[in-house]
Write a protein that binds this ligand. Sequence first.
Ligand code: ZN
Length: 161
Amino acid sequence: MAILISGMTCPLCGQPMTDGFDLSGYPAFISNKRDPLYQFSDAILHRRCLEAHPLASALAQRYEAWRSANRPQARICRITGQPITNPDDYVGVGFLVESPTHELYSFNWAHFSRHALKGWIHRDELRAAVERLALSVAWEGEDLKWLLADLAPPPTLNSPP
Ligand SMILES: [Zn+2]
């Protein structure tokens, strides 16, 4: 969660935020710097300013979706249908795109078992789509690099060490 430091001002109204005031805070829960909601990620602001903001309901929905996707019991592998209990075997896709017609829309908040992903028949298709998003103007930020690393083909026996 974002931390209130003395002297901080509200990013929406520019007025000071004092301790004990009516404040809202969000953790760093949005990866894409081009996302209109990115301004609220890792931010503290006046609750009244937030409630009056045109994106307030979109923000509340996204935050709930993020919280829901991050529950341990939500970690069901898209490929195997099995729960993923080993944190080292877990790949969380997170939020990718807003538009329901986008090729990656159905992968928003998807969970994968890392070992299942390595052998998945659609892995290369998904990797190509994520690469297109990462290179597009719709995305800015580093987090897709981690997902792309998990989608890379496994090294073959002939690969150099
Ligand atoms: Zn404010």
